[in-house]
Ligand binder design. Sequence first.
Ligand code: DX5
Ligand code: ZN
Length: 220
Amino acid sequence: MQFRISPSILSADLSNLGEEIRACEKAGADAIHIDVMDGVYVPNITFGPNIVATCKELTNLPLDVHLMIVEPEKHIAEFVAKGADIVTVHYETCPHIHRTLQQIRQSGAKAGLSLNPGTPVEPLALLEQDLDLVLIMSVNPGFGGQKFIPVSLEKIRQARQILDRAGSKADLQVDGGIDASTVLAAYEAGARNFVAGTAVFKHPKGISGGIQALKDVLNA
Ligand code: DX5
Ligand code: ZN
């Protein structure tokens, strides 16, 4: 099966980030997902551009930067300058989403658009030409370790349909509560890129065990 695993360092041991990222590489991760939260759009505060620069020094894997911040357009250039390969913004934070997606591409990164659980998929149909990645949130953004919201599967199906109908090559990513018990349903609904924090970094068998557990389910 064709799929990509993007571990979210939100759940990593930051005192040991280099080792943690190397373990992801060794286990065959496809990208490193970096969750940027501002305490305004979401209740939590996490990372800024400097951690992207740090990750860039630590790995050649693509850096997938998920911006959960208000006015993301003010910060896109800096995140790309620090090494972001993909920048994903939230539809809910962008009054001029078409312009913001174009701004991401012009800055030299791939453009991602994220939809919260309560946001319908319809805007995708109008934006598909400007998208390299669609992120369907399967939890309300803000924290790792939350439970997968089952109705997200319907959203993934709808997004898949829109992208397929348009002949879009955009990656379809799902983020939140992805583990060995939810990943296959998300794949069957049409997702091909799986963000996982807890299921990778807090797995009882370690990082490689966590990544392998996801791959085993998908390859079975
Ligand atoms: C949530 C973040 C996620 C989070 C996923 O707002 O966008 O990327 O790290 O964590 P898990 O996999 O633990 O649900
Ligand atoms: Zn995320």
